[in-house]
Design a protein around this ligand. Structure first.
Ligand code: DC
Length: 217
């Protein structure tokens, strides 16, 4: 069974999806981490962000593994490094690149063909797994999402203000929505849940109930 969770940055997708997967005994796939990992590799090779061809070549050759909540690029654990503000800011270059998207979509489908999966991203219901048995669209208001991202970055020692986080988030939302291929869009058959005012446990409970009803229906 495939459960897709799409929605904007900071809606609480990762945490909810990870916990939900554990409760269901499913595997968890963080597709944003894949775009981030590729971006980290590009940054380290000091390739220009405008060099779409070089980025595409990296995507075709990258050795990317997501296992046990860790992200490995060419064997190196980059789980923490891909969460920096710098990588977050530049990941849209990878996400906008059609060759990169095709490659990562292919990898995501391979992973989904092998096991029960809770997968989260922007295009999981619309592009990657249109036949998924359970599709969820998770949202929250702008300020609440920015506050979550701000708390997360500060807890990891990043020096950044709330208004910077909010501004960058708005830019990212616009890019995610306007992206030509794989843009953020709620599919008609997704169920929307707004997480404003809900605790992480409330969110997971709602999701679990929904998946159980998909399983029995
Ligand atoms: O969910 P996140 O913040 O880790 O995502 C990082 C970036 O990757 C963000 O700019 C959106 C993009 N992304 C995407 O285009 N498609 C996905 N399936 C997942 C993430």
């Amino acid at each position: 069974m495939i459960v897709t969770i799409d929605g904007p940055a900071g809606a609480g997708k990762s945490r909810a999806a990870r916990t939900l997967a554990k409760r269901l005994g499913f595997h968890f796939l963080d597709t944003g981490a894949m775009y981030r990992a590729l971006t980290l590799k590009v940054a380290r090779q000091a390739i220009s962000w405008d060099d779409t061809e070089a980025m595409a070549q990296i995507a075709l050759k990258i050795d990317l593994k997501l296992a046990d909540d860790r992200v490995l690029v060419d064997g190196e654990d980059v789980t923490e490094a891909i969460r920096s503000f710098e990588i977050t800011t530049h990941t849209h270059h990878a996400a906008d690149n059609p060759v990169v998207r095709n490659r990562l979509v292919e990898l995501q489908r391979q992973i989904g063909s092998r096991q029960d999966l809770v997968t989260e991203g922007r295009d999981q219901a619309t592009v990657v797994f249109p036949d998924a048995e359970c599709k969820i669209y998770l949202t929250a208001s702008d300020e609440i999402r920015a506050q979550r991202r701000f708390d997360d970055l500060r807890s990891r020692g990043e020096q950044i203000t709330f208004s910077e986080v909010l501004e960058k988030q708005r830019e990212r939302d616009n890019r995610d929505i306007e992206r030509e291929y794989g843009g953020l869009r709620k599919s008609e058959d997704s169920i929307e849940i707004c997480t404003d005012g809900l605790s992480p446990e409330d969110v997971v409970r709602k999701l679990e109930k929904l998946v159980r009803s998909c399983q029995s229906g």
